[in-house]
Design a protein around this ligand. Structure first.
Ligand code: BGC
Length: 740
């Protein structure tokens, strides 16, 4: 935590003076965060209870308020209610935008473009800050290797190197130069730690991770985010190796604070301190609160009935030393002070209106959506479209504004959201006929989402929908057109929190619709709208062009049209290995090798054990060749750096984007290491015929790994193979040695 806030000494003095005058109950209040579900109408008991707590000075932070006028009203209650006039800090899930919605996080990771990711979160921060929100519960930096887990959509995928780069970019985007930077907010990387490895991909379920997986795979993005200065960390819901994350002192204190030097404050996930009882861990709420504070969890995010309300009892009973409580309060107040909240807790409502409407924000969202799309297949160069006279746009997702935005948005503007259908209509010239047929009705979850309580979140069947007639209409439209653009995937409430699933199939009648359209013989472009990989085995053999557009956000349809018509070239790459079927998961590129490596691809007798598309895969409108893979030296000592160069040429006829990737493999050592690990990447735009030489330094950070036997970081004496290319199957190789 660094940056241009107020002077450290001045802040410390001010905070200590406040703490010196506070009762234990007032300290507990600073450590308590409440959800606030307005509007405060008659009969809204939740809102009334929180307002009463504010008036009694019992609240340190609120979440879920996004209206600047409400921020000011509630803040006035808080300041008046606190004996010391201490304001609350408003936190919110600013995941991929506040009003201007960017592509979902997995999509942003697929851009492999840290600059675009930083720019996106800077826009989100600017909007949030203008609305009075000082803190984002983001980025989610959990590694996700099991796509049954719904929250893979919020992640950067399977790889710790890519995920760390994405985490750093997001922290920078949110926080700018540091806490207190104008127009920026506190970043809260989450969920510490291991949440993505839930048993069976089932959200909230237990996680058991080996020492090696923890240190080499799951912890690095958190460490990177902490080193980038994140001001907050959120703990996870579940048990990690049998200890609930919110009561896990080893995680929150030994690793986070003592090993990495984290200086910000830690918040629990929603109700997770209270739930320490549910885990059969804490005996009662007093015990739960005391154990969370002792573990290092400074603030409790409470749905109601906070365990931290019992902290005074815990102190009186000697379960917590008041000094420990003071340390937590100090961390929270320090952030409030550095954000400038103690001096100016209110927000300019007029300015908020201007900032939220800024057209530059929409332009940035459009660029982000262009850069995040991944061209999975493009047989015969079907894309970009070659001046079709007519286009059939098919599938219910093609014209669904809410689904275009994706999950984890609450304050969006549907009217300004551009669907794929709208984007194509706007872009196609008047001479092009664009027809639309949904073909099928939306699919539904078997069990509703808890997020469906927010209006408009679940899809609604169009009234009077005639299944047979609509399918026939879609097929005849496709038959009558030069090209069919079919948009399929998951409805957004099928992806995200509490949205795990047991299969990866296209829900509802979507595959049948696709097959019927393909059977017409009209060339088909499949656009996949998704937050997780889906079973595309049939499409990958029968549909010439497949573009993964994810949930592309406010400007999604416009960006998709830019890509389809070739105004810009796609250049995203997969941030995960795309499985063929759910039975294969988890499937990762960075596996180790043991017995019978010749049959690595046939570990199942009924299906290939390789992915459908490899990690790092993605095509463009150019074609790329890699040559001249060289090293500045072929031998180093541990601790030294070797620099790799490789020349990338666009040998195609059109400009294109490529993400050059560098993978390492060590041939022998004191542990068995993955066949490949990503250790460098760079996204470039190259004109037809253009070449660029890229360089990648490989130093201790890239060459070390956590050795579970030594229980320490090691750099082995070994030979390291280097691979460079456009995905994780890159063939161009060289090697160097480390050690004597
Ligand atoms: C999620 C968090 C989120 C919090 C507040 C929880 O259920 O796990 O990621 O920040 O709710 O909305």
């Amino acid at each position: 935590m660094s940056g241009p806030g107020r002077g450290d000494a001045e802040v410390a003095e001010r905070v200590d003076a406040l703490i010196a005058g506070m009762t234990v109950a007032e300290k507990a209040a600073q450590l308590t965060q409440y959800f606030y579900f307005g509007p405060p109408s008659e009969g809204n008991g939740q809102a009334a209870a929180v307002e009463a707590a504010l008036a009694r000075g019992q609240v340190g932070s609120l979440l879920f308020v996004t209206d600047p006028a409400e921020v000011n009203r509630l803040q006035r209650l808080a300041v008046a209610g606190s004996r010391h006039g201490i304001p609350v800090v408003f936190g919110f899930d600013v995941i991929h935008g506040l009003r201007t919605i960017f592509p979902v996080p997995i999509a942003m990771a697929a851009s492999w473009d840290p600059e675009a990711i930083e720019d996106g979160q800077a826009v989100a921060a600017r909007e949030a800050r203008a609305a009075g929100i000082g803190w984002a519960f983001a980025p989610m930096v959990d590694i996700a290797r099991d796509p049954r887990w719904g929250r893979i959509v919020e992640s950067a995928g399977e790889d710790p190197y890519l995920a760390s780069a994405v985490a750093v970019a997001q922290v920078r985007g949110f926080q700018g130069e540091g806490l207190g930077s104008p127009g920026r907010i506190v970043a809260g990387p989450k969920h510490f730690a291991g949440y993505g490895a839930a048993l069976g991909g089932r959200d909230y379920d237990e996680v058991n991770l080996s020492d090696s997986e923890l240190w080499n795979i799951y912890l690095p993005p958190f460490e990177a985010a902490v080193r980038a200065g994140a001001g907050n960390i959120m703990t996870a819901y579940m048990d990690l190796n049998g200890i609930p994350a919110a009561g896990n002192r080893w995680l929150v204190t030994d690793v986070l604070r003592d090993t990495w030097g984290f200086g910000g404050f830690v918040v629990s996930d929603a109700q997770a301190v209270h739930d320490l009882r549910t885990h059969a861990f804490a005996a009662d709420l007093t015990d739960a609160g005391a154990r969370a504070v002792r573990a290092g969890v400074d603030m409790e995010m409470a749905l109601g009935d906070p365990a931290y309300a019992h902290l005074p009892e815990a102190v009186a009973a000697g379960l917590i030393d008041e000094k420990v409580l003071d340390a937590s309060v100090r961390r929270v107040l320090t952030v409030k002070a550095r954000m400038g909240l103690l001096d100016d807790p209110y927000v300019d409502e007029e300015n908020a209106r201007t900032v939220l409407a800024d057209p530059a924000h929409r332009a940035a969202a459009r660029t982000a959506a262009q850069r995040s799309a991944v061209l999975l297949r493009n047989e015969g160069g079907l894309l970009p479209l070659a001046a079709p006279g007519s286009i059939a746009v098919i599938g219910p997702l093609a014209d669904s504004r809410r689904d275009t935005l994706g999950p984890w948005v609450f304050d969006f503007d549907l009217d300004e959201t551009v669907t794929v259908l709208q984007g194509i209509r706007d872009r196609a010239s008047a001479a092009v006929e664009v027809g639309y047929a949904p073909g099928i009705r939306p699919a539904h979850r078997t069990f509703p989402s808890m997020f469906d309580m927010f209006g408009g979140n679940a899809p609604v069947d169009p009234p009077g929908f005639d299944d047979a007639a609509e399918l026939a209409r879609a097929v005849s439209l496709a038959r009558a057109c030069d090209v069919a653009v079919v948009v399929l995937g998951e409805w957004q409430n099928m992806s995200g929190e509490a949205a795990s699933r047991s299969s990866l199939e296209l829900p509802g009648g979507q595959l049948a619709l696709l097959q019927a359209v393909v059977a017409t013989g009209t060339p088909v472009v499949l656009l996949v709208m998704n937050g997780r990989p889906l079973d595309l085995r049939w499409a990958a053999e029968n549909v010439p062009a497949i573009l993964d557009i994810w949930y592309p956000g406010t400007q999604g349809g416009a960006a998709v049209a830019d890509l389809l018509f070739g105004d810009v070239a796609p250049g995203g790459k997969l941030p995960f290995s795309w499985p063929r079927t759910a039975g294969q998961v988890p499937v990762i590129y960075s596996h180790t090798v043991s017995h019978d490596p010749r049959h690595q691809d046939r570990r199942y007798w009924d299906e290939a054990s390789t992915p459908l598309f490899p990690f790092g895969h993605g095509l463009s409108y150019g074609r790329f060749e890699y040559r001249d893979l060289t090293l500045d030296r072929d031998h180093i000592q541990p601790g030294q750096t070797v620099t790799v160069s490789v020349r990338v040429t666009n040998t195609g006829e059109r400009p294109g984007d490529e993400v050059a990737q560098l993978y390492l493999h060590q041939r022998h050592g004191s542990a068995s290491r993955p066949v490949r690990e990503l250790k460098g990447f760079a996204r470039v735009t190259l004109a037809a015929g253009e070449s660029r030489t890229l360089t990648f330094p490989l130093g201790p950070a890239e060459l070390r790994y956590w050795n579970a036997a030594a229980r320490d970081w090691v750099i082995d004496t070994t030979t390291v193979d280097v691979f460079a290319g456009g995905d994780s199957t890159a063939a161009l190789t060289t090697s160097f040695t480390i050690g004597s």
